[in-house]
Design a protein around this ligand. Structure first.
Ligand SMILES: [Zn+2]
Length: 248
């Protein structure tokens, strides 16, 4: 029985179908305490993204948008990578994972030690001045409130995250396409595979018969159909269990 359980099947697929690339979403950071869109009492309920997190809203009233950005960066400052991030970094270290493509903006893959991380939705770790284009590390900005301003030109600084209404970052999308095109295995972790255009990358790989290992505690029927093997568990449990097989 041991050899046919999903974790050993996934390990065999990963070993035999290199190179592998991981594709991660919110579920990988859930155990780190990242607030999700759906949490009714969270920051998103107080500052709805349609109102505070769009490119238009920032152009109209950047100080107001910083109510959302400031609250998010305060929460992001308190969190740490969890065992899912650490396990993915370990897979890269032992040569079984080429890169992580992520929809997350929390910088936790890098902090866990992943070296090659493609951020499809940008990052909260850096920011820029929309007027003079000066760049900042978020930790060097003065703590909100008030909204941080560029020391050169006094414009309100913008986090390097993809807001609703922004185009997807071209470089990141191209790198992601190249990685998925070359992949022998796709490890999809903590993503519902329902957000376009990112999910298209994974479903396209599945359509080309590239094995997809899906880590999701409650996979949708579509995601289940796309997957070669489903590890039905939270990322912070499934990824360490997978890594452990290679250590044995
Ligand atoms: Zn400036």
């Amino acid at each position: 029985m041991m050899r046919t359980d999903p974790f050993h099947r996934a390990a065999n697929i990963l070993r035999e179908n290199q190179p592998a690339v991981a594709f991660t979403g919110a579920g990988v950071s859930a155990a780190s305490g990242i607030p999700t869109f759906r949490a009714a009492d969270g920051v998103w309920a107080r500052f709805p993204v349609e109102e505070y997190g769009t490119a238009d809203a920032f152009t109209r009233d950047p100080e107001r948008c910083w109510k959302l950005f400031g609250e998010l960066s305060r929460q992001l400052g308190d969190i740490r990578p969890n065992r899912a991030h650490q396990g993915l970094a370990r897979l890269e270290e032992i040569g079984l994972l080429d890169a992580v493509i992520t929809q997350n903006i929390d910088n936790l893959h890098q902090r866990a030690g992943s070296r090659r991380v493609i951020e499809l939705h940008g990052t909260a770790a850096t920011a820029h001045c929309p007027r003079c284009k000066r760049r900042f590390r978020s930790e060097e900005l003065p703590t909100w409130p008030p909204a941080p301003r560029c020391p050169e030109c006094r414009a309100v600084v913008r986090p390097d995250v993809v807001l609703f209404g922004d185009p997807m970052p071209v470089d990141a999308m191209e790198q992601a396409h190249r990685l998925i095109d070359a992949a022998g295995t796709v490890l999809a972790v903590g993503t519902s595979l329902q957000v376009l255009p990112a999910s298209w990358l994974v479903l396209e790989a599945a359509r080309r018969r590239v094995p997809v290992i899906l880590v999701d505690p409650s996979p949708s029927p579509d995601a289940r159909r796309a997957a070669t093997v489903v590890l039905q568990a939270p990322a912070e449990e499934a990824i360490p269990a997978l890594v452990e097989i290679f250590a044995a």
